[in-house]
Design a protein around this ligand. Structure first.
Ligand SMILES: C[C@@](CO)(OP(=O)(O)O)[C@H](O)COP(=O)(O)OP(=O)(O)OC[C@H]1O[C@@H](n2ccc(N)nc2=O)[C@H](O)[C@@H]1O
Ligand SMILES: Nc1ncnc2c1ncn2[C@@H]1O[C@H](COP(=O)(O)OP(=O)(O)O)[C@@H](O)[C@H]1O
Length: 326
C-alpha cells in the first residue's frame, strides 16, 4: 500500500469548489484632501468606518481559463446594476486576475456579485467586491496568501480596497491605502440615503481642485486625522462626532449634484444629528443618536420617497461565509 493510500496518511488539503465572501461598504467620517499630485491622485487623511451594508461574492472554480462575472441587485436600496462592467474592467475580475498573476495560479473562476452598496455612490462598493474576490479566490485556489500579502495586491487595485479587506474603523493616509486601525468601543448608528445617479470619483476630486483654484485656496498635504474625530469614534459619542465630522469633497459633490443639498436638509429636519456626503458621493450618510433614532429616520425618509437604510458601524472587513448546506 502506498503512503498516499495508507489510512493513517493525512489527506492533502482540498480546495473547495465554491466559496462565499462578504465585504462591507464604507463611509468616511472625516476626509481631508490635499493638493493634486503629479500622478493624478491626492494625498488624504481619511477616517474610514465600515458599515453593515455588505456585498457578497460567490466564487466557483471553472474548468476553463478566464474570469467571468455576473451581478445581481439585492437589498433595501434596490441598487441598479445595469451599468456595471462584466468584463475584465470589473473590479472583482481585476482582483482575481491580480491574485492569479501574483501566485501563478490559473485564473479560472466565475464570480457572482450580490450588490447591495450603491454603484458609484461614494461607499466603496466596487472596492468591497475586489476585496471579497481576493479573499474568495485565495480560499478557492488554496493559494495561502496572508492578509498582509492580500493587502499589497489590494493597494494596486484601488485606494479604498485595502480598507475593505481590513474593515472596522481606520485612518487611511497616503492615497487612503496606508491604514492604521482606529479604536471604536461603541457602534455608531447611521441612515444612508441613496441617489438615483452616481458620481465619478475622479470628477469629484477634479471639481474640488477647480473650486480651490477659483477661490485661491491652498491646502497642505494632510498628515494625520483630526484627534477630535478619533476621540469621538473611539467613544461612540454620536453628538460629539456630529459636531466635528467633515468631508473636503462635499462642496465639490454638491457642485456636481446640487439636488443633494435638499436631501441633506431633509435628513436634518427629520431628526439626524448631522448629515454628510459619503466619500465622493452622492450617497448621504446621516448620523443618529441610537438604533431607535436611526429606525425612525429611515421610516421618515422613506415616507418622503427616499431610498433610505439604517446601518451601523464599525463592522468587520472581507470574511469567508459558511458553506451553504447541500
Ligand atoms: C473618494 C474616496 C474616499 O474614500 O472613495 P469613494 O467616494 O470613491 O468611494 C476614495 O478616495 C476613492 O478611492 P477609490 O475609488 O478606491 O479610488 P481609485 O479607484 O484608486 O482612484 C480613482 C481616481 O480617483 C482619484 N483619486 C482617488 C484617490 C485619491 N486619494 N486621490 C484621487 O485623486 C484619482 O483621479 C483616481 O484616478
Ligand atoms: N464590481 C463593481 N461594482 C461597482 N462598480 C464597478 C465594479 N467594477 C467596476 N466598477 C466601476 O467602478 C465605478 C465606481 O464604482 P464604486 O466602487 O461603486 O463607486 P465609488 O468609487 O463611488 O465608491 C463604477 O462606475 C463602475 O463603472
Amino acid at each position: 500500500m502506498s503512503a498516499a493510500n495508507s489510512p493513517s496518511a493525512p489527506a492533502p488539503p482540498r480546495a473547495p469548489a465554491s466559496v462565499r465572501v462578504s465585504a462591507p461598504g464604507k463611509i468616511n467620517v472625516s476626509l481631508l484632501v490635499g493638493p493634486p499630485r503629479p500622478d493624478g491622485y491626492h494625498g488624504v487623511a481619511s477616517v474610514y468606518l465600515a458599515v453593515s451594508l455588505f456585498e457578497e461574492v460567490h466564487a466557483t472554480a471553472t474548468d476553463t481559463d478566464g474570469v467571468t462575472v455576473t451581478v445581481q441587485s439585492d437589498g433595501a436600496l434596490h441598487v441598479p446594476v445595469a451599468g456595471i462592467p462584466l468584463g475584465p474592467d470589473n473590479l472583482a475580475a481585476r482582483a482575481a486576475q491580480a491574485l492569479a498573476a501574483h501566485t501563478g495560479h490559473p485564473a479560472a473562476v466565475h464570480l457572482h456579485i450580490i450588490k447591495r452598496v450603491p454603484v458609484a455612490g461614494g461607499m466603496g462598493g466596487g472596492s468591497a467586491d475586489a476585496a471579497a474576490a481576493l479573499v474568495a479566490c485565495n480560499a478557492l485556489w488554496n493559494t495561502g496568501l496572508s492578509n498582509e500579502e492580500l493587502a499589497g495586491i489590494a493597494a494596486g487595485l484601488g485606494a479604498d480596497v485595502p480598507f475593505s479587506l481590513l474593515g472596522g474603523a481606520a485612518v487611511g493616509l497616503g492615497v487612503g491605502d496606508r491604514l492604521a486601525p482606529a479604536l471604536s468601543e461603541t457602534p455608531l448608528h447611521w441612515v444612508l440615503a441613496a441617489s438615483d445617479s452616481g458620481l465619478s470619483t475622479p470628477a469629484v476630486y477634479g471639481a474640488l481642485d477647480a473650486l480651490r483654484a477659483e477661490q485661491q485656496i491652498q491646502v497642505p498635504e494632510p498628515e494625520a486625522a483630526d484627534p477630535s474625530i478619533l476621540a469621538a469614534v473611539r467613544s461612540g459619542n454620536a453628538r460629539d462626532l456630529a459636531a466635528v465630522m467633515s468631508n473636503d469633497l462635499q462642496d465639490a459633490a454638491l457642485a456636481l449634484a446640487p439636488e443633494l443639498a435638499g436631501l441633506l436638509r431633509a435628513g436634518e429636519r427629520l431628526g439626524a444629528l448631522a448629515g454628510m456626503v459619503s466619500g465622493s458621493g452622492p450617497t448621504i450618510a446621516f448620523l443618529t443618536a441610537d438604533t431607535d433614532a436611526a429606525a425612525e429616520l429611515e421610516t421618515a425618509l422613506r415616507a418622503e420617497g427616499h431610498r433610505a437604510l439604517a446601518v451601523l458601524g464599525p463592522v468587520p472587513g472581507a470574511r469567508l461565509l459558511p458553506a451553504v448546506a447541500g
